[in-house]
Ligand binder design. Structure first.
Ligand code: FE2
Length: 201
């Protein structure tokens, strides 16, 4: 459990939809899954991607505590859904045999993880700040599953990243969608960042 999680979620009720004016509810847009959903699901699929399996060595990169809320269009929390994320390591390498630069993969990075929403619709991950790779602005892939039904597939971006405006998938979204799919990174302490994400389905 992240130390800041409780205080963040206590604030959540007041924030509701950061950056979106009250009364305006935008559904989280679908975005392509892309070719790099892991072709081998790792043994460790927990929500801490910085620690892989029994290794005590942490992954390289800047640590990001991602705290999310899943709600329906009436802003009611949705519990019991599986949230999956996958992203490259700090070298821009996916957990996929077809990934570019695969020889540079950081084995300490789990590359993929799952979190199940609690009764308040909350989920969380400890991961790294995504990095750019050829052809893409930094992003985290996210898939939402209700048992085996795919409820949402999308991608989360870094708010204000200079490469966003050139990214073919970022540009496909409306301004409002870009806003809700962009993570505002807040520095927690000298080594870790945190961010919040709200998914609306
Ligand atoms: Fe990607």
């Amino acid at each position: 459990m992240f130390t800041s999680r409780r205080s963040f979620f206590a604030m959540c009720g007041a924030i509701v939809f950061p950056g979106v004016s009250l009364g305006e509810i935008i559904r989280t847009p679908w975005q392509g899954e892309g070719p790099f959903y892991p072709d081998r699901i790792p043994e460790d699929t927990d929500n801490d991607l910085v620690k892989n399996g029994h290794s005590t060595i942490e992954a390289g990169g800047k640590i990001l505590n991602l705290m999310g809320s899943l709600v329906n269009r009436d802003s009611k929390p949705i519990k019991g859904m599986t949230v999956e994320i996958w992203q490259t390591d700090m070298n821009g390498v996916y957990l996929h045999t077809g990934s570019f630069r695969s020889k540079m993969r950081d084995d300490q990075f789990q590359g993929f993880g799952r979190s199940i929403t609690d009764k308040n619709g909350h989920f969380s991950f400890r991961t790294i700040i995504p990095v750019e790779y050829p052809g893409r602005t930094p992003h985290i892939h996210l898939k939402l599953l209700n048992e085996s039904e795919n409820v949402l597939t999308t991608q989360l971006y870094i708010q204000g990243h200079p490469l966003n405006k050139e990214d073919f998938l970022f540009k496909q979204m409306t301004k409002g969608e870009q806003k809700i799919n962009s993570m505002k990174l807040i520095k927690n302490n000298s080594t870790e960042y945190e961010t919040s994400a709200i998914l609306v389905v």
